[in-house]
Design a protein around this ligand. Structure first.
Ligand SMILES: [Zn+2]
Length: 63
């Protein structure tokens, strides 16, 4: 009874997740996380997005 893996057939839907900029409502670009996030916050489902219109990047806590 080692059912610890969450497999519901929706694992690939993460790549299609669309994040919209709250300011200009443009679709944010997915960019690589900073190295410090990758090292210290690697356990968090953080994703970094970049708005090409506002020229601002933000981290989104995804699932
Ligand atoms: Zn924006």
């Amino acid at each position: 009874m080692a059912a610890t893996t969450l497999s519901n057939g929706h694992e690939s839907t993460d790549d299609h997740h669309v994040v919209i900029c709250k300011k200009c409502h443009k679709e944010l670009e997915r960019v690589n996380r900073d190295s410090f996030v990758r090292v210290f916050l690697s356990w968090l489902p953080l994703k970094k997005y970049f708005c090409t219109r506002c020229l601002r990047s933000r981290y989104i806590l995804g699932k």
